[in-house]
Design a protein around this ligand. Structure first.
Ligand SMILES: [Fe+2]
Ligand SMILES: [Fe+2]
Length: 273
């Protein structure tokens, strides 16, 4: 467990680094909840500066494999549901670290207090998402770590470590927005399988992820304005570099609209309207 009050000096970015360096997932999530509460109470005086690790600490399990080496996920029955929930739990564990990494890595970037307030709240959400999924896996007789997980998720953070606009374009506006597209089908599959409880967890995650995409869009556009860049053109240029393959229809336009993500970002250039 990260002891917030034992840190000296008591800065948000140093505490975020301590969370990144926490390997145990439950301890990482709990430390994030504690840090978010401390930040909201005003117990932490400054954002400070810090040197986040290139990669966050990870538990010894799950075994991490390259995306191409993952076993085919079962599609039905309890095993299929467990595989799905385990995969989402792995994404949420990465999401905890992505939020704290954003805070620590861009702490030197002269950003307003509201930037840190909003991403601290995103980090706390991601911790809750992981904790809900880990508890549900336990109810189904398994544990996060029991299945292999893929190791490709952190690469987006490495690739965008030196550019705030690139980080915001890729993590919330591409990857988390992709989550909005694919989660309704997962909710439907769980419901059809009779697993109301798991479906409710994924629905709650979907609703909260809309706000994460919204926060990402707002700070991306704020950053572009600060740099005198046209946001849509800049976003398309950043994505075209190495992430174009992730941007594929069908898009959950209703959820993206609710997040304030204009279709002109993601629709093909030759699309009507
Ligand atoms: Fe999440
Ligand atoms: Fe998120």
């Amino acid at each position: 467990m990260v002891k917030i009050d034992a840190m000296s000096p008591n800065s948000l970015s140093e505490a975020a680094c301590a969370i990144l360096q926490t390997a145990d997932p439950a301890a990482k999530a709990a430390a994030g909840t504690e840090l978010a509460a401390a930040w909201r109470r005003g117990d932490i005086a400054t954002v400070g500066t810090a040197h986040p690790p290139i990669r966050p600490a990870r538990p010894s399990r799950p075994e991490l494999r390259r995306p191409g080496d993952m076993p085919r996920r079962g599609t039905s029955g309890t095993r299929g549901r467990i595989a799905l929930l385990h995969a989402v739990a792995h994404i949420e564990l990465n999401a905890i670290d992505l939020a704290w990494d954003l805070i620590a890595r861009f702490a030197h970037d002269d950003l307003p207090r509201a930037f840190y307030d909003e991403w601290v709240s995103v980090a706390a959400d991601e911790g809750r998402h992981f904790t809900l999924l880990a508890a549900r896996l336990a109810e189904l007789g398994t544990t996060y770590g029991d299945l292999p997980a893929h190791d490709g998720l952190w690469q987006a953070a490495v690739d965008t470590a030196d550019d705030l606009t690139a980080r915001l374009a890729v993590v919330p506006m591409l990857l988390e927005a992709r989550g909005l597209d694919v989660t309704p089908a997962m909710v439907g599959k769980l419901l059809r399988g009779g697993d109301q409880k798991s479906s409710e967890i994924l629905q709650l995650i979907l609703d909260e992820e809309i706000s994460h995409v919204a926060i990402g869009c707002r700070w991306f556009e704020w950053s572009c304005q600060r740099l005198d860049l046209e946001p849509v053109d800049h976003w398309r240029a950043l994505i075209a570099k190495s992430f174009a393959s992730v941007l594929k229809p069908p898009f959950n336009e209703m959820a993206r609209n609710r997040a304030g993500m204009a279709a002109k970002y993601y629709q093909p250039l030759d699309a009507p309207g």
